[in-house]
Design a protein around this ligand. Structure first.
Ligand code: FE2
Length: 379
């Protein structure tokens, strides 16, 4: 695989984590969607992803179609069924469009499978090898929260566009990138009293360690609340915050998600940029919708975070949030859900030294989400 992770602005290593499951990075994220062709057009046109590979009727697939898109180190796979019945239709029927696979790039997919299943992971698929004229890859998989699956992808002997069975996707239509570079973190929403169970899964089964924990006192507004813990692997390239709802006067956004997704699943994918003002301006011009932040946020934000390199005016104009920790600051913004159900959304994040997750913005952020919940009648 071409990905070079050495140049990334990656977080510090997490010395608490164990190294029985070395992970090189996120390999791809695969969504099951109702109409992969149109979803691919959305991610190309609105987000600036490039078409990379394709598998479908033309490549000998009879039942499914998949489009692979890439922008810098972020690879998305969009898959739809071509006939009624089966697991993919059942997944879409139950969850709407959503993330099925969080695929992790490893050196040894067999050992990854053995080490995790012997520690209690539920098998999704035993290691198997697939080959075409470009070489071979080994894939295995284990279940995580809800119906989400972690695949382990071993691709050191593969030199094709994506994986065996896919062909180059020659498409005359391409769009300019929007500057998003890699997945900073991916957040899972789980049900009541399930956060600790899944954090223990990441600790015991995958060797991750907890980076940080937020309780409902940290993450609450007058009306709603949630709890969150962030789990990270040893080299810090994989960070999975896990959220669960908490009691408040009104319905937690996590409960709303669980209701519409019909269970646990991926809530948001945070993608990193080196220039959030340019990236968000571009995304907004292309029709991506972001949460609204009231102007009053900007009246006091610099008192809280101190001096920053950027002018405040464009941040205010775009609704970008700012937070600081001991090591620096970060800029972040959240899209509205990118699907019809109020389930998955994206975060755009630019880290300027900070390794944290924007705790100082939680209140403003959740009040913004409450306004959307109110419009949906789900608060
Ligand atoms: Fe996030």
């Amino acid at each position: 695989m071409k990905t070079d992770t050495t140049s990334l602005n990656l977080p510090v290593e997490n010395p608490e984590a164990e190294d029985f499951l070395p992970i090189l990075g996120t390999d791809f994220v695969e969504l099951y969607v109702g109409n992969a062709k149109q979803a691919a057009y959305y991610y190309q046109t609105a987000w600036g992803f490039k078409p990379i590979a394709y598998a479908g009727l033309e490549t000998g697939k009879k039942n499914t179609v998949s489009y692979v898109l890439q922008q810098d180190k972020i690879r998305l796979v969009l898959t739809s069924p071509l006939e009624p019945g089966g697991d993919i239709n059942a997944h879409i029927n139950k969850h709407g469009d959503g993330v099925k696979y969080i695929a992790l790039w490893v050196d040894d997919a067999t050992k990854s499978y053995q080490e995790t299943t012997k520690r209690g992971a539920e098998s999704y698929v035993e290691p198997y090898t697939i080959e075409d004229r470009n070489g071979k890859a080994v894939i295995s998989g284990i279940h995580t929260y809800g119906e989400t699956v972690h695949l382990f992808i071993e691709r050191k002997d593969y030199h094709g566009p994506f994986l065996p069975g896919y062909k180059d996707w020659d498409k005359p239509y391409t769009t300019k990138p929007t500057g998003i570079k890699y997945i900073d973190h991916m957040v899972g929403n789980v049900g009541w009293n399930e956060m600790n169970k899944w954090c223990e899964f990441y600790a015991n089964v995958m060797g991750f360690a907890q980076l940080v924990s937020f309780d409902d006192k940290d993450i609450s507004t007058e009306y709603t609340a949630l709890m969150s813990k962030v789990m990270s692997n040893g080299n810090g390239r994989i960070k999975f915050p896990i959220n669960e709802p908490a009691h408040g006067k009104k319905k937690s956004q996590i409960e709303e998600y669980i209701d519409f997704y019909n269970g646990a699943g991926v809530q948001h994918i945070a993608v990193a940029t080196d220039n959030i003002i340019e990236t968000v301006t571009d995304l907004r011009d292309r029709g991506v919708e972001f949460l609204y932040v009231p102007e009053t946020y900007y009246e006091t934000v610099l008192d809280r975070v101190g001096e920053i390199d950027e002018d405040l005016e464009p941040l205010k104009e775009l609704g970008i949030l700012i937070d600081r920790d001991d090591e620096g600051y970060l800029l972040q913004i959240f899209t509205k859900p990118v699907l019809d159900r109020p389930t998955m959304f994206f975060e755009i994040i630019q880290r300027k030294g900070a390794k944290s997750f924007g705790k100082g913005n939680f209140k403003a952020l959740f009040e913004a989400i409450e306004r959307e919940q109110d419009l949906r009648g789900t608060l």
